[in-house]
Design a protein around this ligand. Structure first.
Ligand SMILES: Cc1cc2nc3c(=O)[nH]c(=O)nc-3n(C[C@H](O)[C@H](O)[C@H](O)COP(=O)(O)O)c2cc1C
Length: 336
């Protein structure tokens, strides 16, 4: 994919400042009198063929934003104007957490990848609630997902309580939930693998949902480093419980043992597609999968959908190749 001049410039900067600058400029353009109109006109895909219904929700197109791109929901209006089909905010944690000290994101330029050691910085539940409580006309049609993650500082034994607190508080303001059981890059041992551990975390959410008027789909976000047996455990949970889908995958801690951090971007592409294909085949494409990980080019997006994803979420692809990826990716999904 050819990068714009602006994107080429952004890639000269270190990974974190480059993302900050993009988000700052996006915010400035969004506030100009015709700013959001301009963003929509230049970047948003409009083809009605892209619309779809997934886990009971209408998406204007299947390409969205993965967690960690706009973790606190600061740019929802602008991301909506750019035309993304959905935005997953988070990981949302109950209290603010600063993340690990900088520099904590590193580019592997030659391989179009990012090593993430951020520890998932977040402004915390109260701040994020203030961002999603009132939908503006710009975000009224935006599908909003809430990714719930583990607070780095808290003990694993407290996780169930903390995840549930975020879930309950966010319930009425978002359209679906993703429960991150992968890792948060600074609690590397926090990768839930056993059925018992996973059920302890999600069962209270099912129970809370049973008492609500509105239904919110719940998905699990999984690590790409799971073995086939561990993936089978997740698939069994999907088939046998009220879980609505799977988001595959988070950054990998295994793909490159020399890297200390979670690998995202092009080095993750093949493994992400492989995991999605495995789940889709074992479930006979009967359950929704959000394909995340290494979606860097329109071809990657097309291959991910062909492997069985119902939706595709981008993070490193935009950081490295720019927002053009949305429109070009959407084009690749339209049948000629
Ligand atoms: C800087 C950064 C921050 C991230 N923060 C989160 C997060 O808070 N929660 C989460 O579930 N995933 C997080 N991720 C993982 C992404 O959502 C995604 O699963 C992963 O980066 C693979 O996709 P990609 O190759 O398109 O980047 C983060 C990734 C990066 C690079």
């Amino acid at each position: 994919m050819r990068r714009s001049l602006f994107q080429t410039f952004l890639r000269l900067l270190p990974a974190e400042p480059s993302h900050k600058l993009r988000m700052l400029l996006l915010g400035i353009v969004g506030k100009l009198p015709m700013g959001k109109w301009l963003l929509r006109r230049r970047y948003a895909p409009h083809d009605t063929e892209l619309q779809r219904e997934v886990f009971g929700i209408h998406f204007r197109n299947p390409i969205g934003i993965a967690a960690g791109f706009d973790p606190n929901g600061d740019r929802l209006n602008e991301l909506s104007a750019l035309g993304f089909g959905f935005v997953e905010i988070g990981s949302v944690v109950p209290r603010p957490q600063p993340g690990t000290p900088r520099p904590r994101l590193r580019r592997i330029r030659k391989e179009n990848s990012i090593i993430d050691n951020s520890g998932y910085p977040s402004r915390g539940l109260e701040y994020i609630l203030s961002k999603v409580r009132h939908r503006t006309p710009h975000t009224a049609n935006l599908v909003l997902g809430c990714n719930i993650g583990k607070l780095t500082a808290s003990h694993i034994e407290n996780s169930t309580k903390e995840y549930l607190r975020v879930f309950r508080n966010m319930y009425q303001y978002v359209d679906y939930f993703v429960v991150n059981i992968a890792c948060n890059t600074s609690s590397k041992r926090y990768v839930l693998r056993s059925r018992k551990e996973i059920m302890e975390l999600i069962e209270p959410m099912f129970e809370f949902r049973r008492g609500q008027l509105d239904y919110r789909p719940i998905l699990l976000k999984i690590s790409p480093d799971l073995s086939c047996e561990e993936l089978d455990t997740i698939i069994d949970i999907l088939i046998e419980t009220p879980l609505d889908g799977i988001e595959a995958v988070a950054g990998s801690l295994n793909i490159d043992p020399d890297c200390s951090g979670a690998i995202s971007g092009a080095k993750l592409t093949e493994r992400a597609i492989e995991v999605v294909r495995y789940i889709a085949e074992r479930t006979e494409r009967n359950y929704p999968i959000i394909g995340t990980g290494g979606m860097m080019t329109p071809e990657d997006i097309k291959r991910m959908m062909e492997a069985g994803a119902s939706l595709v979420a981008l993070n490193s692809g935009i950081r490295e190749n720019g927002v053009r990826l949305l429109k070009e990716g959407a084009k690749s999904l339209i049948k000629n």
